[in-house]
Write a protein of this length. Sequence first.
Lengths: 252, 252
Amino acid sequence: MIKVVLFGSGNVVYHLAKAFRLANNIDLVQLYRRDPNNDHLFDLKIKKTSSLKEIKKADVYILGINDDHIAEFSTKLQFSEGLVVHTSGSISMNQLKCPAHKGVFYPLQTFSKNQKMEYKTIPFCLETEFSKDMNLLKTLAESISKNVYEINSQQREKLHIAAVFANNYSNHMFKISKDICDEHQISFDLLKPLILSTANKLDFMDPAEAQTGPAKRNDQKIILKHLEQLHSDQKEIYSIISKSIIKTYQKD
Amino acid sequence: MIKVVLFGSGNVVYHLAKAFRLANNIDLVQLYRRDPNNDHLFDLKIKKTSSLKEIKKADVYILGINDDHIAEFSTKLQFSEGLVVHTSGSISMNQLKCPAHKGVFYPLQTFSKNQKMEYKTIPFCLETEFSKDMNLLKTLAESISKNVYEINSQQREKLHIAAVFANNYSNHMFKISKDICDEHQISFDLLKPLILSTANKLDFMDPAEAQTGPAKRNDQKIILKHLEQLHSDQKEIYSIISKSIIKTYQKD
């Protein structure tokens, strides 16, 4: 059994707790959150504390706290045994300032409170200060997911930027698309099959190969017609992305 | 039985032909394509012609040809019986210049030659010049899909712009994301579960509600750190979209 203590009260910690409870080789011994009244997330039966003095012994201590607080919070963990890891995509391992061994346990997924997650498919990106700790962290990750990768801090930083494009920015395209539909009394449902098939295509096709549309064809007539119909912000985004697409596929 | 003649040799016509062959109330009587040697797409057994004089009688004539050629090509269809429809998202119905009744039969999906399509989920956007022709077109569309909508030319034009954002531009975000991965020896596979879950979320959550990430949080520290690491084109896109996201969620 791998003993784990979780720190935090956000969605990452909530879902990690749920995933760990499903695994049969993990003993989730405790949950630390600063505010003892912040229990609305925790319908799970886990021992909780809001006192750092009461932290129990564990093999792995997982900080699921805000990026900005990781460095400072880690200085408060003054024990030297066990492995302390954070779960952030954009913070380097060295920002952990505690005497214990350090590592990173980064689930590459967005977690929404009420979304049912398929934990098995979530990619976990692991890093450890000492190579001998990697096995432990791998066993932990593999007990909840089948997609486990060793990724160093520099790669993780790039991966985080790639994830911003793949997730946040594609989602903003969906938002703009829905705004256009709403404004013209068109159901956004019409676009959902297209969106799903665009995502599913990546399983067997590179995004470059899958690209279609007026910008890919450098169809200036349609592009200008579209630009005329957009609001200023939408127009700027349409214009920049169409230019980038035209440039991308002219190069090839 | 609804008698159909298809015109064109692209992916839309290819997949419509396949879908119609699966329906039991459609008689696909003929396929017209200009170039008789352009038969590599047509593994299906359909009667073909490349002579406009040989066009057979049908209930519906479907032009799956290039946007730029629709108006001109339609002048060549000098029969006056039956319903002539085009399949374009960005051309108005009135660009059809033939004596027969006119309409639009627009499948809101991108068609790749080798992709297996789930025809049943493809949204079909229909328009007819005369309301009495709508029933026929609906019956035709409903024989291959369960998502059939009446959409007028003005709405269809907006819908096409919405589809550019939802499909082409989100796919370009995937392309940039993959470029970043490739450059740093990171497998793009790591991002696929995130992309799929972003698309799947739209089934039960608005894109605005689903948005996460540094721009949503207006986390300038991370945004600047990301910008420093991007190439000039990527940087411009990152910057414009992050600004748009910040503006969107500050307004709320």
